[in-house]
Design a protein around this ligand. Structure first.
Ligand code: MN
Ligand code: MN
Length: 472
């Protein structure tokens, strides 16, 4: 090797392209993504994620924290929409926990509370919607959609609905306008004006209620839809008013690319981190120094609001109960010290460089697909506004831990300065005094109906989280 090359190797930072170095890990990465795809298919809503994880926790010997205070492996579910689970370490809890927080909600389109109507002109039964999170509206038109929902009757009965995922199920669609007639109403408008939220109505049904003796039944198509719903689910129109019905892309996550090296699927923001962190805590050596905690939060896509979002008291209360269950005081001072002593990975996806739109990124600082999990010091927009800018000391500590654990990582930033931006849960966790840094894989087409991730990065993310729990 030439002297200059030697020196370059010693002094320069270069991203590692994993597929070149992956030998036995290629098979491991591919294997890891099989149950991951199943997870994406089973868990398209926050409630479905919680249902899945509750079963996993029970199977793997975790006990509800309220039932068995002394359990080394414990969990709590809140409002069927968020969860925390822990494996207790050898050190006192007050020495701080190693926590990984991700979110299990994804951008989607919700039904309005009074959704069903019959269009007078076409006599189609339609559903009105209200989108959730940062979507590009056009993507939701002309694509098969499934309904995932929950009705809660006033007597407390809960009725789950899932229509559109089984191959034999019907699906739903928001029909877009044909190009032949879109010249005036779409093509001449700006991107954000070409489609509006009031046009995002879903075709629900098209056949009328028929009764031999009756003629001219008003809104007969809507009535027939209500009648079908009543027969199958025992619900009436009033039950919609309190229901939560979510429209998501119908169909399964798939391998992508001729070499099957990537996963294409809905909701990888942020279920890739939810799956990787859950799998990591399930697979770690349980003889831990620091207590490991996984937190799956809801509502990140609308600002981490509400009592199931990361701004809520839930995770703090859980840590307080961990203290008490393990013989320490759960009082405010002890809890505060515990949080300040804690280390948190804000596990969320980042934007990989998209070859179709490279100009929004600055390549040396952006995430490259296939180069491992991203360690992102800050997010935010307009001069790091709204960002948790991780401390250099903690950043270095994480990098050291990853290097020693053989984790492939890269540095990441969300786009060029002043190109746009976005935030994560990191800053809400940091408010409690803990050290926090963002850490997750890059995606192409984030927030699209189908997001693309590299299997190498998904596997690196899992490995990073496992290493963090065991060694950080
Ligand atoms: Mn996210
Ligand atoms: Mn997001």
């Amino acid at each position: 090797m030439k002297k200059s090359e030697e020196l370059k190797k010693k002094l320069s930072y270069r991203r590692k392209f994993l597929w070149q170095d992956f030998k036995e890990e290629t098979a491991q990465a591919f294997d890891f993504c099989e149950p991951y795809k199943t997870f994406l298919d089973t868990c398209k809503t926050e409630r479905e994620c919680i249902r899945y994880i509750t079963e996993e926790l029970k199977t793997r010997g975790f006990a509800p924290i309220d039932d068995n205070a002394a359990s080394k492996k414990c969990y709590r579910i809140s409002h069927n929409k968020n969860a925390a689970f822990a494996i207790i370490g050898n050190q006192p809890i007050s020495a701080g926990v190693n926590l990984i927080v991700s979110h299990i909600d994804s951008p989607r389109v919700d039904m309005k509370q009074n959704p069903l109507y019959e269009d007078k002109t076409t006599k189609l039964a339609m559903m009105r919607t209200h989108y959730y999170g940062g979507i590009k509206k056009y993507q939701w038109f002309s694509t098969p959609l499934a309904i995932h929902g929950t009705f809660v009757k006033t007597n407390g009965e809960i009725i789950s609905m899932s229509i559109g995922e089984d191959d034999t199920d019907p699906v739903f669609v928001m029909p877009d306008l044909l190009p032949h007639l879109s010249g005036k109403v779409q093509r001449t408008k700006t991107f954000s004006e070409a489609l509006n939220a009031a046009q995002m109505n879903v075709v629900f049904a098209s056949t009328p209620f028929l009764e031999d003796e009756e003629e001219d039944v008003s809104e007969a198509v809507k009535l027939n839809a209500l009648s079908l719903l009543y027969d199958k689910y025992n619900i009436v129109e009033e039950d919609f008013l309190s229901a939560e019905l979510e429209l998501v892309p119908a169909g399964k996550a798939r391998d992508a690319g001729l070499d099957r090296s990537m996963v294409l699927g809905y909701g990888q923001d942020d279920r890739v981190c939810a799956f990787a962190s859950s799998q990591a805590i399930f697979d770690i050596n349980e003889n831990l120094q620091r207590t490991a905690v996984v937190y799956l939060a809801d509502k990140e896509e609308i600002g981490s609001e509400g009592n199931t979002g990361a701004k809520s008291i839930f995770i703090i209360d859980f840590i307080s109960d961990l203290l008490k269950a393990n013989g320490e005081s759960g009082d405010s001072a002890t809890l505060r010290k515990t949080l300040i002593n804690s280390q948190i990975l804000s596990a969320d996806v980042n934007a990989g460089i998209n070859p179709n739109f490279p100009d929004v990124h600055e390549a040396e600082n952006a995430v490259h697909l296939g180069c491992g999990v991203s360690v992102t010091k800050y997010t935010g927009s307009g001069g790091k506004s709204g960002s948790n800018d991780a401390n250099a000391e903690f950043n270095a500590h994480i990098i050291k831990t990853f290097n020693e654990g053989g984790v492939n990582w890269q540095t990441g930033a969300l786009g060029k300065v002043d190109e746009g931006g976005g935030g994560t849960i990191a800053k809400f966790m940091a408010e409690h005094g803990a050290e926090v840094i963002d850490c997750g894989p890059g995606l192409l087409g984030m927030h699209a109906l189908y997001e693309l991730a590299s299997k190498a990065d998904i596997y690196s993310t899992y490995k990073a989280y496992k290493t963090f729990f065991q060694n950080a």
